[in-house]
Design a protein around this ligand. Sequence first.
Ligand code: IPM
Ligand code: MG
Length: 365
Amino acid sequence: MTFKIALLPGDGIGPEVTDSAVKVIKAVGENFNIRFKFKEELIGGSSFEKYNSPLTNETLQTCYDSDVVFLGAVGGYKWEQLPHHLKPEAALLKLRKELGLYANIRPAKIYNALIDSSSLKKEVLTGTDFIVLRELTGGIYFGQPRGFDKTRGWNTMEYSVNEVERIARMAFKLAGKRRKKVTSVDKANVLEVSQFWRNIVHEIHKDFPDIELNDMYVDNTAMQIVRNPKQFDIILTSNLFGDILSDIAGMITGSLGMLPSASLGDKYALYEPVHGSAPDIAGQNKANPLAAIASVAMMFNYSLNMSKPAELIEEAIERTLALGYRTSDIFSEGSTLVSTEKMTSCVIENFNEIFNEQALGVFTL
Ligand code: IPM
Ligand code: MG
């Protein structure tokens, strides 16, 4: 079988981290005997420059024709003044909508080697392992009416029954494979749409009696994530709240440069690092490729249903960090500063090493 991947490197550091992801995918493919076929397309600002559109039909078609999509990053100062529908971000939003990617999984897990580089205390962080499950194709990001004129600006936060039901189901299913706890995050003390969300989540919960469900207001959740992140297993939330909370969760891992993501629908899947395009360091071989590489691990898990390569990739990242290699965003005294390419080749070397150790039955600590 050949697995088809649409590559959308995008803007800023997107192409560099996508390059890292591709190298890792190829290395895994060699070890596990899987064949991959890549097709690269433009998206975001780089597509706008060439075609006057951040997302062309051709790019969209390549995504429809692939098993999964891997995206680097979109955006940059250069395109900030464009009207909304031409901004690089509009391409990502349209892609999510067109591919029906309603569930966004963003895991916040602390790597042991990075525990000292987070802005939070070690005691607070140790043992943290939760997922922000963000609804991705509804809510205020897509609600109508929207717009602004000279005197007012407006957006609409809305959810339909079906939109809440399917993401709630996914939350309970995911929790079933983990610590069996869902925290549904809303603002039901102020917003009707949140009360509606809460009612439906509780309705769906009846089908999952072995899962614990609790509700939390979004402002309190922001505070609780930094106060006691260990209390969470699955944070289920809407599009806008999930956008904000997942950036907070990013700091758990020491840097937003570490946070991977999977966006899943019934038919398609897209994998991308959560960090942005970081135009200030673009093209300098400085970007942290670990979020992109960890997104590859998620791809093996969720789209290829292969947990072993995913596990090995994560172990390879952990080992690389334990050896002291750091890109500038996670650099600390006494560690070794490396480039994007060097970090990538270290992860691949460690991946091969772990693969061979396990194949030979060698035990490591
Ligand atoms: C994210 C980003 C996007 C979002 C932007 C780039 C449109 O912040 O994936 O979290 O707001 O969803
Ligand atoms: Mg965001």
